[in-house]
Ligand binder design. Structure first.
Ligand code: FES
Length: 148
């Protein structure tokens, strides 16, 4: 694996918890890799399988969905719905030969800046070890490029 590979990570972050935790990590000057691109969502329950797959199609090497702790979702059970969708996407990835560890569901509270930073670091390292995601691998192997 090339040492120059810098994974692109998409993190769908709930406004009420993970996004606020990211803010807290920033204000505490906790470092986390710039590889992680945060997409703020009102609740992880709004993240559908198609959004995750679209992130991969656009070139993401890994995707995680970060929502409120169990029982703390502001929309009752959006985080539980998101967790089920992530499981379905993992199963789909496995089925089509893509390592399902490239997608993950994570929960945290708004005060968990350290957890946000640690998660971002660990997930980035895991994806770095897995190597380029499906689109980049296709580009490398077959000269295909992502469209749209
Ligand atoms: Fe945070 Fe639903 S409001 S996961």
């Amino acid at each position: 694996m090339s040492n120059t590979f810098e994974p692109e990570i998409v993190a769908f972050c709930c406004h009420y918890c993970a996004y606020t935790a990211a803010d807290m990590a920033g204000s505490k000057r906790l470092s986390y890799p710039p590889n992680v691109k945060i997409i703020r969502v009102p609740c992880t329950g709004k993240v559908d399988a198609i959004h995750i797959m679209k992130a991969f199609q656009k070139g993401a090497d890994g995707v995680y969905v970060a929502g409120c702790l169990e029982g703390d979702c502001h929309f009752k059970n959006g985080n539980l719905r998101a967790a089920r969708r992530v499981q379905r996407v993992q199963a789909l990835l496995d089925e089509i030969g893509i390592d399902s560890r490239r997608v993950e569901m994570i929960t945290m509270s708004a005060g968990m800046g350290e957890r946000f930073a640690k998660t971002a670091r660990e997930f980035t390292e895991k994806i770095r070890e897995l190597g380029p995601g499906p689109v980049k691998a296709a580009e490398r192997d077959f000269g295909l490029s992502a469209a749209g």
